[in-house]
Design a protein around this ligand. Structure first.
Ligand code: GAR
Length: 195
């Protein structure tokens, strides 16, 4: 099976969805969960599943992204991943890092890209009066939240939605989307998943 490393920053619910999907005859297996925050709840959830974990606290590097990434690369390269999944990983990666994993670095973003790259996606969708919102899984390129789209999941925006209620609906869709994309991607199939 393809070896998958998952990078997180927080709760790790997408990491859990990915990890729990990789059972039986799945074409991939989780080999590492790596966080930029040693206190990320997702690390505990990964360890509880028997997945090796590591953390490199970005705050020790005073904004020196190259130095931070050099540390991040140590456990990551040691795990020999075929595929690297960003799952709620909230640090911007440098071109050197992105290039090293070109074509096998995936990200999930909580909007229907190309709409709303960056932060506060749900507030922006509500503010714009959008009828639907969703999430996108894409290959990571040097430009933030760009890169070939591997899949999207759509949900309705309800009239009474707040950013929080919409985020919860989108997150549930993310948990279906990311495993569906990974399963397909791990077999070498990059055709789009639409949910
Ligand atoms: C998810 O909604 C993910 O799409 C988003 O953070 C959340 C992480 O939740 N990612 C980004 O905003 C990336 N810029 P999780 O830790 O429970 O998976």
């Amino acid at each position: 099976p393809k070896r998958v490393a998952i990078l997180i920053s927080g709760g790790g619910s997408n990491m859990v969805a990915l990890a729990d999907s990789m059972t039986g005859d799945h074409p991939a297996c989780p080999v590492l969960v790596l966080s930029n925050d040693p206190a990320a709840a997702g690390l505990t959830r990964a360890a509880a599943r028997g997945i090796p974990t590591a953390a490199v606290d970005h705050r020790g590097f005073r904004g020196d992204r190259a130095a931070f990434e050099a540390e991040l690369l140590m456990p990551l390269l040691a795990a020999e991943p075929d595929i690297v999944c960003l799952a709620g990983f909230m640090r911007i990666l440098t071109p050197a890092f992105v290039d090293r994993f070109a074509g096998r670095l995936l990200n999930i973003h909580p909007s229907l890209l190309p709409k709303y790259p960056g932060l506060h996606t749900h507030a922006r969708a509500i503010e714009a009066g959008d009828a639907e919102a969703g999430a996108t899984v894409h290959l990571v390129t040097r430009v933030l939240d760009e890169g070939p789209i591997l899949g999207q999941a759509r949900v309705p925006v309800q009239p009474d939605d707040t950013p929080e209620t919409l985020a919860a609906r989108v997150l549930t869709a993310e948990h279906r989307l990311y495993p569906a994309v990974l399963r397909r991607f791990a077999t070498g199939d990059t055709t789009r998943v639409d949910l």
